[in-house]
Design a protein around this ligand. Structure first.
Ligand code: FES
Length: 169
């Protein structure tokens, strides 16, 4: 082997070594950054799971408030959030679960909270009212019906999912 061939070979070896080490170091820096940026996007959307709320036998024709906890994932931060629903058995036999969040400015509504309108949901903040189905009463501040929770009954238990706009559940 000539000396010239030997020099070229060493240069190539150095090139390969530096490229390999450089690539390895670049991957070590880029991979955690890429994972940090993409992981929350690739993860399953938080709060999509149905949560057991109550036994169906405890649901009556009169709206009753039930509190339940949902797991919330924000990036890598996991926590539990308490939610509420006004649940009742509709004349049709369906179980309805309404969000208690007023569609005016977000206060919490109560069933029968206004003595003058005992069979309605009442928001004490600005006097907003909704009928039993959660439809906003004309002439009161809310401009939309209460949101409705996605619901499912399994083995005598009511499960609730996300609250969606009325008619969109
Ligand atoms: S927040 Fe409910 S009426 Fe205004």
């Amino acid at each position: 082997m000539s000396e010239k061939e030997h020099r070229v070979s060493r240069r190539q070896f150095l090139n390969y070594t530096l490229t390999g080490v450089g690539g390895f170091m670049a991957a070590g820096i880029i991979m955690p950054m890429a994972r940090f940026a993409l992981d929350p996007v690739l993860k399953k959307e938080a709060g999509t799971d149905m949560v057991a709320v109550t036994q169906v036998k405890d649901i009556t024709n009169e709206p009753k408030r039930f509190d339940f906890k949902v797991k919330v994932v924000d990036g890598w931060y996991k926590s539990e959030e308490t939610k509420s629903a006004w649940v009742f058995k509709h004349e049709s036999g369906d179980i309805i679960a309404l969000s208690p969040v007023c569609k005016h400015l977000g206060c919490t509504v109560n069933w029968g909270g206004d003595k003058a309108h005992p069979n309605q949901f009442y928001c004490p903040c600005h006097g907003g009212r909704y009928d039993k189905d959660g439809i906003n009463i004309k002439g009161t501040p809310p401009l939309a019906p209460l949101d409705v929770y996605q619901s499912q009954v399994k083995d005598g238990t009511l499960y609730l999912g996300k609250a969606k706009p009325h008619g969109g559940a």
